[in-house]
Design a protein around this ligand. Structure first.
Ligand code: SF4
Length: 554
C-alpha cells in the first residue's frame, strides 16, 4: 500500500501541515514552527502521526480509515515506498501561498475553508525562511516547490518575496506556480525566475470560460499567459496552459481553438485534463483519452489524480539511463516514470539526447511497436548535466493509447532513438540484469559540516552471477583515496578512482581533483543485494571516512 504523502509536504497558508491537498485536509500532521520551543520540521516528520502513516502503509492498513478511502492520493495496489524521513528527499513541497481568491469557481472549497480555518490567510516569507532553513540544516533535498492550494497563490501580496526566499535557500530546486492568471504578471511575479508556470484557463471563449471560472476574465488570463511566455521562456522556464474539461467547454470548435491559440501564443504545453467533478466533460473522459481532437504535438492529456488509484507505476530504477550509439555518437536516455493505467493507456516521461539530431523515440515491447514518443518538453537539466548535448527540446511526456501489447513490470522494453531516416541507437532493458538508476537517489551530500563532498552514481548493475558493476564519481575538498561500498554493514568492495572526470571540476569549481571517477566490477559477494536493502558508499581518505552516501534499494 502506498501514498505520496511520504514524499510530499503540504503546507497551508496558516502554517498547518495537512495530509495532502484532498480529503486528507481533514487530518493535521503538524505545523510550521511559531516559536523556538515548537518542534522543528525534522521532529514533525517523525511525530506519532507520521509514524502512524508509515506503519499503516507498510502493513497494508489505511493510515486514516474513512479518510484515505476517499483520498485521490491513496494507492492500495502499489508497494510501500518513498519514505521521506529515511531518504530525506522531498519530491514536492506544496505551499498554499494564499487562501484568498477573487474568483468563485463552484467546485472549489475556498469559501468553506475561509469560514472554517483559523490563522493567517497568506503564507509569509518569514515562515518560508524558517521552514526551508530547518530542512536545509537537516540535509533534506527538495526536488520541487509548488505554489497551489485552496486559494489563489498570486493573491499573496508578498509573492515575489516567497519566490526569492526559496531561491536563496534552495537555489537549485524547481519552483512551480499554478495560477488562474487573473493577475498582473509584473506585480505578482516581478522579475523572479519560475521554472514552471501553469496557468489554468478552462476554455477558449469568455462565455464558456466564465461558466466555471465565475468572475474570471479570459482576456486577463491570456495576457498573463503571454507575459509569462515572454519573461520565463527565454530564461529556460516552461509555461503550461492547463485546460480542465467540463461539459461547458468541450465542443470540438473550442478545443481546436484552444490549440490554435496555444500555438500562436507559444505555450510550452497545452494540457487537457479530465475532471472528476459533477460538471466534468462526459464526451471526453479518462476512458477515452485518445478521442480528443489533437492537432499539435505539444498537447498533453492528463487526468485528475483520483483516476490513478489503480494505475501501475513502473519505478525508473529499473532502467539503465545511459547508452552509446554506433561507436561514435553519444546517446543517453532517462526514463522518469512509466504509468500503466487501468484503461490500458500508458504514460511515459523522460528525456533522450544524442550528438546527432533525433526526431523521436519508438517504444517496442517484445518486438512489437507500442508507440512513438515525441520531444515536446524542454529539459535544460539534461544539457547542464551532460554538456556534450546541445538540444534542449529533448523531453517526452506522452500518453500512448491502449496497445495490443500489454506491459507488465519486468518485461523487456526497447527504446529506439530515431533520426528522420534511421535508428541511431537502442536502449534495452536487459532482463538478466537488475539496473539501479541514480536519478532516483540523492547525488549530493555534505561531509562533517566543513568539508564539501559530492557523489554521483551513474549506474549500478547487478548481474545474475552476483557481481556488481558500479560507475560514477566522488569528490571532496579533502583528498579521497577510495570509496568503500557496504550493504547492511558488510563490506562488498572498494571503488578506486581510475577515470579522469574534468567536467566535475568545471561544474563544481570547489573541487581540484580530476581523477575522481570509478567504474568497478566487484566480484560476487557473500552479501547479496535485494530490493529494500540499503547500500552505503563511504568516501574515504587514507585514514578515515570523510562522508557517507546512502542508496536505498526500494
Ligand atoms: S491517502 Fe491517506 S495518508 Fe495518503 S494523503 Fe490521503 S489521507 Fe493522507
Amino acid at each position: 500500500m502506498n501514498c505520496d504523502i511520504l514524499s510530499t509536504l503540504y503546507v497551508k497558508s496558516n502554517g498547518e501541515i495537512l495530509c495532502n491537498d484532498d480529503f486528507g485536509e481533514r487530518v493535521s500532521l503538524g505545523s510550521c514552527r511559531q516559536s523556538a520551543d515548537d518542534p522543528d520540521i525534522h521532529q514533525t516528520l517523525n511525530n506519532d502521526r507520521y509514524q502512524n502513516i508509515r506503519e499503516a502503509l507498510k502493513n497494508d492498513r489505511t493510515p486514516w480509515p474513512e479518510v484515505c478511502e476517499n483520498c485521490s492520493f491513496f494507492r492500495p495496489d502499489e508497494p510501500y515506498s518513498n519514505d521521506l524521513l529515511q531518504k530525506r528527499i522531498i519530491q514536492k513541497i506544496q505551499i498554499e501561498a494564499s487562501l484568498a481568491c477573487a474568483l468563485k469557481c463552484p467546485e472549489c472549497s475556498n469559501l468553506i475553508q475561509i469560514k472554517t480555518r483559523s490563522g493567517g490567510r497568506h503564507f509569509t516569507p518569514e515562515m518560508m525562511a524558517d521552514l526551508l532553513g530547518d530542512l536545509k540544516e537537516n540535509h533534506y533535498q527538495i526536488r520541487s516547490i509548488e505554489y497551489c492550494g485552496q486559494g489563489e497563490p498570486l493573491n499573496n501580496p508578498r509573492f515575489p518575496e516567497l519566490l526569492a526566499t526559496a531561491r536563496k535557500i534552495y537555489p537549485d530546486t524547481l519552483q512551480r506556480v499554478i495560477t488562474n492568471g487573473n493577475h498582473d504578471f509584473a506585480k505578482t511575479i516581478n522579475s523572479e525566475y519560475v521554472e514552471e508556470t501553469v496557468v489554468a484557463i478552462d476554455g477558449a471563449f469568455q462565455e464558456s470560460y466564465e461558466k466555471y471560472r465565475v468572475k474570471g476574465s479570459i482576456t486577463k488570463a491570456f495576457k498573463f499567459l503571454n507575459d509569462a511566455i515572454a519573461c520565463q521562456k527565454p530564461k529556460g522556464g516552461i509555461v503550461v496552459w492547463k485546460y480542465v474539461l467540463f461539459e461547458t467547454n468541450d465542443s470540438e470548435r473550442e478545443l481546436l481553438e484552444a490549440q490554435r491559440l496555444g500555438d500562436e501564443f507559444g505555450v510550452t504545453r497545452l494540457w487537457f485534463v479530465h475532471s472528476h467533478t459533477g460538471n466534468r466533460s462526459k464526451k471526453y473522459t479518462y476512458d477515452n483519452p485518445h478521442t480528443i481532437p489533437i492537432q499539435y504535438s505539444n498537447v498533453k492529456i492528463d487526468s485528475h489524480p483520483s483516476y490513478f488509484r489503480h494505475a501501475i507505476t513502473i519505478i525508473p530504477d529499473e532502467f539503465p539511463h545511459k547508452i552509446t550509439g554506433n561507436d561514435s555518437i553519444k546517446c543517453m536516455i532517462a526514463v522518469d516514470r512509466v504509468v500503466i493505467h487501468e484503461n490500458g493507456s500508458i504514460n511515459i516521461s523522460g528525456w533522450a539526447n544524442s550528438q546527432t539530431k533525433l526526431s523521436h523515440v519508438t517504444l517496442e515491447i517484445e518486438d512489437q511497436k507500442v508507440g512513438d514518443l515525441a520531444f515536446v518538453v524542454r529539459r535544460p537539466d539534461a544539457g547542464e548535466l551532460y554538456p556534450v548535448f546541445s538540444e534542449v527540446l529533448c523531453g517526452f511526456d506522452s500518453l500512448l493509447p491502449p496497445s495490443a501489447v500489454s506491459i507488465k513490470p519486468g518485461q523487456g522494453m526497447n527504446f529506439h532513438l530515431c533520426s528522420d531516416q534511421d535508428r541511431v541507437a537502442t536502449f534495452a532493458l536487459a532482463p538478466q540484469v537488475k539496473v539501479i538508476v541514480p536519478s532516483q537517489v540523492p547525488n549530493r551530500i555534505s561531509g562533517d559540516n566543513s568539508v564539501v563532498c559530492l557523489m554521483h552514481i551513474d549506474q549500478v548493475l547487478i548481474y545474475k552471477n552476483g557481481s556488481i558493476r558500479v560507475s560514477g564519481w566522488a569528490n571532496s575538498q579533502a583528498k579521497l583515496s577510495h570509496v568503500t561500498l557496504e550493504i547492511e554493514d558488510q563490506k562488498v568492495g572498494d571503488l578506486t578512482f581510475t577515470m579522469r572526470r574534468p567536467i566535475i571540476n568545471e561544474l563544481h569549481p570547489v573541487f581540484t581533483e580530476v581523477l575522481c571517477g570509478f567504474d568497478a566490477l566487484l566480484p560476487p559477494s557473500a552479501v547479496s543485494i535485494k530490493p529494500g536493502q540499503v547500500m552505503n558508499f563511504h568516501l574515504c581518505n587514507n585514514q578515515d571516512r570523510v562522508a557517507t552516501f546512502t542508496l536505498d534499494l526500494n
